[in-house]
Write a protein that binds this ligand. Sequence first.
Ligand SMILES: Nc1ncnc2c1ncn2[C@@H]1O[C@H](COP(=O)(O)OP(=O)(O)OP(=O)(O)O)[C@@H](O)[C@H]1O
Length: 275
Amino acid sequence: MNILEVTDLTVRFGRNRPAVDSISFTLGAHDRLGIIGQSGSGKSVTSLAIMGLLPEHAQVSGSIRFDGRELVGLPEREYRKLRGDAVSMVFQEPMTALDPTMRVGRQLGEVVALHHGERRGSIRDGVLDWLGRVGITEPARIADSYPHELSGGQRQRALVAMALANEPALVLCDEPTTALDVLVQRQILRLLDVQLRDRATVFVSHDLAVVREVCPRVAVMLEGRIVEQGDIEQIIAEPRHPYTAGLIASARIDRVPRDQPLPSVADFYTPAEEA
Ligand SMILES: Nc1ncnc2c1ncn2[C@@H]1O[C@H](COP(=O)(O)OP(=O)(O)OP(=O)(O)O)[C@@H](O)[C@H]1O
């Protein structure tokens, strides 16, 4: 069964060309879909539309059905409940997504408290547990730190923990590794690959090689439209749209062996490598 069905979704800002132009895709409960495209192609607007986080002046038409429920036109109060519970998002820039004035543990604690209430022992235990699950090697120290005291990789791990602590059925990742250097990027990709295993995920990136590491399926966006979508290996082998062919050529992805093994979980869990 599909957990997400997006049908003819169109988003306009004023009288300009639509930022998202009649796109459709579906996602099964344990599926991952990558969305790739160049800057301005409508990837972020698509994920913000699903999250109900578009500015008020955005005009949205079409349908976004999540778990059988229509989200287009859903009142903000209902959306807020959904975001605290069933749907969450990992943003590109953890420094802006985290509150700089609040210790990491307190921010994560708010999500843990919201989801588990009083039933699950102390909130602190939940916070430390989640920090450990995302590969933070000194959970207590990190919990007591402010975001600016963490490295970029640690901040992104904390953000992943915050996105997952409510056990969402659907996670939207918008360029979750773009701001990180290459080594840390790979560690965070491994982490997401493991942590998102039992969830539905939309993974937005401008980087086809990154999407290929975590998504079996991809949709290619150009100027607000999806120009092709399907099995990522098939699209890489036989792109139908010239834009996709260009993306593949520039990523040189055709030169990477198909079954190149991903680094193991140990890669992101080794204390010496924690970023
Ligand atoms: N709040 C807004 N008001 C007006 N136009 C907007 C707004 N947000 C996005 N747009 C426009 O919508 C289009 C798609 O933007 P979007 O951010 O989805 O692109 P993107 O593919 O995610 O690009 P990037 O990779 O740079 O984030 C762009 O032309 C952008 O200028």
